[in-house]
Design a binder for this molecule. Structure first.
Ligand code: BG6
Length: 456
């Protein structure tokens, strides 16, 4: 395999498939813009989309969809190429547009497209020689979801194996690039106060929440075939759960972390008799033409390992809710020590919240004596604001992931084994969710479960 020196990344070429879509215009290109303020990571960025646009029209589309102004530094590097994924001649036409002397440049192909298009695009890239199997500096990045079930993920993977080596595949879950999600392992394993009490004897429940105020907006076609379970639970929420529940890896290398995540994912189970709650926001039904797709999902899981027997893991996600918030909340069991057992003691169980969005930090709630002569307790909170320390240079998750992909570091990318385990759980959640009616909730609601009587 050809090896690449790290300092060659500035000669790399990035190809973004799905460049006029929401992901590219709202996340990838704004991240690149931030990155180009400090460095010039890619010599050229080829943006590929179906729409016949010239570069000026593409720039204004990005600016209006993405809600930001492209810098000249970034514009100077971008080329737009009209390419229908199925259109075979469009690929050699793209190859012809590459600058002379770029055949040795590192190539990252970012497939920000639906999983159905993964194989079509990879097959044509391979046939044209734009992507070469076993060239370690040619890498394919797949946006999630990788398939729509365990079965389709397996089909995609087995076809890909004819076109690419596993080392060349980077399966993206952008939550893994988020600052506070990367912080989970540090919090857990570098602090005795947490590592010693990280088990079911101390922790009653772990609630992982990622809710948003936005609806499906322009992504109806994708979302309606996907739903909240495949869109969020299968990837982001299960990856967060794996980081919270996995055992300590031997070191922070990519393989030890991936192995520990797989081990724990394989022990995650639904609780019998507790089917997932699914909901849909009012208005989606018309938008989605009588669709039954869930825009909200809440599921309670357990992990059958000695460390976690008896702890409940609650995953919650939904669109069009009252707030945008992502967090991991650990609720500890009440302390068995009863100082006087009077009501005035007021001691509340501890809670540890790892805040991912909108705040980034850690909140620990514990009991303390109220100042004064009497012995009365109250819950108080110690608050660590992580984001306060990085205002000027807030790391963007897609920058982190692209940097790692350039360097060949796979720690923050899901292995196929992890994905298989995630799909096994997601498929079981989808099947069990059919036992509950779809709850219709009003946009902006704070809680979906309370609206059960509104089910259709
Ligand atoms: C994406 C989902 O992976 O994550 C979207 O496809 C969702 O539906 C988004 O809105 C949420 O990401 P973030 O970073 O805004 O929490």
């Amino acid at each position: 395999m050809m090896q690449i020196r790290n300092n060659e990344s500035c000669r790399a070429i990035l190809f973004i498939f799905g460049a006029t879509g929401d992901l590219a215009t709202k996340k990838i290109l704004p991240s690149l813009q931030q990155w180009y303020g400090d460095e010039t990571p890619f010599a050229k960025i080829w943006c590929l989309g179906r729409r016949p646009l010239d570069e000026a029209a593409f720039f204004s589309l990005v600016e209006s969809k993405g809600g930001f102004k492209l810098s000249d530094a970034l514009k100077n590097r971008i080329g737009y190429h009209c390419l229908d994924f199925d259109d075979s001649p469009a690929y050699p036409a793209l190859a012809n547009r590459l600058d002379e002397g770029t055949s040795t440049a590192q190539r990252l192909f970012f497939l920000a497209v639906k999983p159905e298009a993964f194989l079509t695009i990879t097959t044509k890239l391979h046939a044209t020689g734009l992507f070469i199997k076993d060239r370690s500096d040619h890498r394919l990045l797949f946006e999630k979801p990788f398939g729509d079930s365990l079965e389709t993920a397996g089909e995609i993977q087995s076809h890909l194996m004819a076109l690419a080596a596993e080392e060349q595949l980077y399966r993206i879950d952008h939550y893994l690039g988020k600052e506070m999600i990367r912080n989970v392992l540090a919090i857990r394993f570098a602090n005795r106060i947490f590592s010693e009490s990280w088990h079911s004897r101390a922790i009653e429940s772990v609630e992982i929440t990622s809710i948003e105020t936005a609806g499906v907006e322009e992504r109806l076609e994708y979302y309606d075939q996907t739903g909240a379970i495949n869109d969020m639970v299968q990837s982001h929420l299960l990856q967060m759960l794996a980081l919270v529940a996995m055992e300590s890896p031997e070191n922070l290398g990519s393989e030890p972390i991936r192995l520990k995540k797989i081990n724990i994912l394989e022990h995650i189970k639904l609780i019998p008799g507790l089917p997932p709650i699914v909901g849909q926001y009012q208005g989606y039904h018309q938008q989605g033409k009588n669709s039954q797709t869930e825009t909200y999902a809440e599921v309670v899981l357990e992990i059958d390992t000695p460390q976690w027997q008896g702890t409940r893991f609650i995953l919650k996600t939904g669109k069009m809710l009252g707030e945008k918030r992502t967090e991991i909340r650990l609720r500890y069991r009440p302390n068995s020590l009863c100082l006087s057992c009077a009501d005035t003691m007021n001691a509340a169980p501890n809670q540890l919240v790892i805040e991912v969005y909108p705040s980034e930090g850690i909140r620990l709630t514990f009991s303390s004596k109220v100042p004064g002569y009497d012995f009365i307790m109250e819950p108080v909170t110690a608050d660590y604001c992580h984001s306060c320390r990085m205002m000027a240079n807030k790391p963007e998750s897609y920058i982190k992931l692209l940097k790692d992909a350039l360097m060949g570091d796979k720690t923050l990318f899901a292995s196929f084994d992890e994905l298989q385990a995630q799909w096994r759980i997601a498929d079981a959640i989808k099947a069990a969710s059919r036992e509950n009616p779809l709850i219709i909730y009003p946009p902006g609601t704070k809680t979906v479960t309370a609206k059960r009587e509104m089910s259709c």
